[in-house]
Design a protein around this ligand. Structure first.
Ligand code: BDP
Length: 693
């Protein structure tokens, strides 16, 4: 199995009793839904799935039928009770009900929704029940998403390279579009719909203005046509200087009437090509990208100008808060908050501020971004990175649902206890849309994501964007069953391997709150020694601040005071070593090598132990994987086996390089029983790589 089918494999259910029961329960399928393109897509999915799972091709009847065992209902049906009709009609734009009722004295399964998208999502949910071998008896499911814009951000360039992409090239074939629709686009849309993803920004945030020209809009419109049938809206990254680059204007000043007019005409043009265009994503005044500040204007001036031109068409602006520059000689972690917090309440209601989960940059572990909870009059959507830029590319098995959950579940204390990030981002401000974004890990590799297990991160992103309260474990189990096998003796050990994989990676890369100590440019492997880059805050030494006394970034009141950006009582606990969770210790404090941690161990010993544990746990993952040999197809078994071997080697590399380097400051021996790395530090510093994605 080459993994192309993702979690929508629909292989035959080999449990004959179960398959027979499903066939009885799905014997007669009726649709009272109309026949829109989305409904047709849902029907096609159901038909393919039943053919695959049950080798069965039931008749679909487009009318209320006697003897139906499965009815799809949009907007109520005469066959159903008033209470159920009411429930169905209250599912909103995307929600659905799946419920067993008694119809003509026989059990019947109803999939009901107020809108087409609900029917599509309900269909995928029903199929998931089959794929994961769950009983269809006495079902009672009522679902609706907790956030409205659930979107993938593709960092795809127009030359088909993918910034921070580790799974081949961009799947958008600009040369063959719009004439040729690659079947991949359809499978991409199906996969997204199956997990509730309803938006895609198809080009890199470091945007090329050409995407906004008529040539590309025609191509883009063809993609939008595919997406639409699966309830997905297309969005574009807009370069702020586009009026100059493709519009021939002298300025991109957002308050200049000619600039505004240019964008207005551009928006009108886009909507002629794509009537349901979602809107713009903008990276402005960040890492060299142009923005309103080039003209002495604020982020709000820039975002609002674009919001105003999109508003008549129903479009939105997702304005990124990932900003930092070297003109501000302060802690980089503070800059986004410092720039955006004063603008709270100044944004239009169709602007959402897109904030990375942490204040630096998608590190293996970061505390939640202090902007969550800080902007009470502005809608905020979190941005997660699904592609593993800082977590081992596509050779390391790292299940990211636990990382996403750590952010969602974090308590900001913005309104006292219970003000979790999940709660804040799913509560609309000023009737604005709510949303969640993930930087995609998708490319032209046959298995889409490079690593068979990287598919789980795409999957988990969608499921958590729909409902951040779901557990990482439940999502892993569903994914494993759908992607590999329902066998309990496979699912159980591999679920626990997935659940601990992210902590393992944190241990061998950046334990105890360390961050940003990876190799320069490509971000491959460890390089905590780098200190010669043109900007201070690009250097690993800026972040770990190791010296003879200790290690860590002092962000307390006597240091950079980044802790002040959090609400009390969190602010106060992070301000003190004793009350800072150890997983964030060196993020907030410079700690002496011989300081004692909670378990009585010195910081140095504990740091070494984390690094060694991380590397040892990858060896444990290899053993676990070996134990399921024969329980999954041999192709994917061997792929994962080889990738785990690479991961084990790289985990040891991270451990050795970091421990040897930090030892030059601590001047302390390894704790008893820990074997010395087999090379010296210079060896690791001298490593060169000829090709890196
Ligand atoms: C960093 C990436 C860089 C992105 C930037 C961003 O290294 O390639 O352009 O984030 O999010 O993580 O804008």
């Amino acid at each position: 199995d080459n993994g192309y089918r993702l979690w929508l494999r629909y292989d035959h259910i080999d449990n004959a009793t179960l398959a027979r029961q499903y066939r009885q329960q799905l014997a007669s399928v009726t649709y009272e839904t109309g026949n829109s393109p989305i409904i047709q897509a849902a029907q096609k999915e159901l038909r393919n799935a039943l053919q695959g799972l049950l080798n069965y091709n039931p008749a679909f009847v487009n009318a209320p039928g006697k003897g139906s065992t499965l009815i799809f209902v949009k907007n109520g049906s005469k066959q159903l009770s008033p209470a159920l009709n009411k429930l169905i009609n209250n599912t909103g734009n995307e929600g659905y009900v799946i419920k067993t009722i008694s119809l003509n004295n026989a059990p019947c399964l109803v999939v009901g929704a107020a809108n087409d998208k609900g029917i599509l999502y309900g269909t995928f949910h029903l199929l998931r029940l089959l794929q994961t071998h769950q009983s269809l008896t006495n079902i009672n499911i009522v679902e609706s998403p907790k956030t409205q814009v659930r979107i993938l951000n593709h960092w795809d360039n127009l030359d088909r390279t993918v910034e921070r992409g580790y799974a081949g090239f961009s799947i958008w074939n600009w040369h063959k579009l719009p004439g040729y629709i690659d079947p991949r686009y359809i499978d991409y849309a199906r996969a997204n719909a199956s997990i509730g993803v309803n938006g895609a920004v198809i080009n890199n945030v470091n945007a090329n203005s050409l995407i906004l020209t008529a040539d590309y809009l025609r191509k883009t419109a063809a993609l939008a046509g595919v997406f639409r049938r699966y309830g997905i809206k297309l969005y574009l990254s807009a370069k702020f200087s586009a009026p100059i680059e493709i519009g021939g204007l002298k300025t991109a000043d957002p308050l200049d009437p000619a600039v505004k007019q240019w964008w207005q005409q551009k928006a009108d043009e886009i909507y002629r090509y794509i009537p349901d265009f979602g809107g713009f994503l903008v990276k402005a005044n960040s890492e060299g990208q142009p923005g309103p500040q080039n003209y002495g204007r604020t982020h709000a001036d820039g975002a609002n100008m674009l919001a105003d031109v999109l508003k008549p068409h129903g479009g939105i602006v997702m304005w990124r808060a990932f900003v930092y520059d070297d003109k501000t000689p302060d802690d980089r972690a503070k800059q986004a908050y410092n720039e955006f917090k004063p603008l709270d309440g100044k944004f239009r209601s169709n602007v959402i501020i897109q904030v990375k989960n942490g204040a630096i940059d998608f590190q293996p572990r970061e505390p939640f971004h202090p902007l969550f909870g800080a902007m009470k009059k502005t809608q905020i959507m979190p941005e997660f990175q699904i592609t593993q830029e800082y977590l081992g590319f596509s050779t390391h098995l790292v299940y990211l649902a636990t990382l996403f959950k750590e952010c969602f579940d974090a308590n900001t204390y913005s309104e006292g206890r219970g003000s979790t990030v999940a709660k804040i981002i799913s509560s609309p401000v000023n009737n604005s849309l709510t949303g969640i974004a993930g930087v995609a890990n998708i490319g032209t590799d046959i298995n889409w994501c490079g690593h068979p297990f990287a598919q789980a991160n795409w999957y988990a992103f969608g499921r958590l964007a729909w409902n951040p309260d779901q557990s990482a474990a439940a999502i892993a189990q569903d994914w494993l069953k759908m992607t590999f096998s329902n066998q309990a003796d496979f699912v159980k050990p591999i679920t626990s391997m997935m659940l601990s994989s992210r902590e393992t990676t944190v241990n061998y890369m950046t334990p105890l709150g360390l961050h940003h100590i990876m190799g320069t440019h490509a971000h491959y492997g460890p390089a905590p020694w780098v200190n010669n880059l043109s900007r201070a805050d690009w250097n690993p030494v800026y972040y770990h601040k190791a010296d003879s006394a200790g290690i860590g970034f002092d962000r307390t009141a006597t240091g950079s005071n980044a802790v002040a950006q959090y609400y009390p009582p969190l602010r106060d606990s992070l301000n003190k070593v004793e009350t800072t969770p150890e997983k964030y210790l060196l993020w907030f404090h410079h700690v002496g090598w011989n300081s004692r941690l909670k378990n009585g161990e010195t910081l140095w010993n504990e740091l070494v132990k984390h690094y060694y544990k991380g590397a040892a746990d990858v060896a444990g993952m290899q053993k676990t994987w070996a134990s399921v040999k024969g329980k999954v197809d041999s192709t994917r078994y061997h792929e994962v086996e080889q990738l785990l071997a690479i991961q084990a080697g790289e985990a040891a590399w991270w451990r050795n390089a970091c421990v040897l380097y930090f030892q030059t400051f601590s001047k302390l021996p390894l704790p008893a029983g820990y074997t010395k790395p087999d090379h010296d530090l210079q060896y690791y510093k001298d490593l060169k790589f000829h090709y890196l994605p």
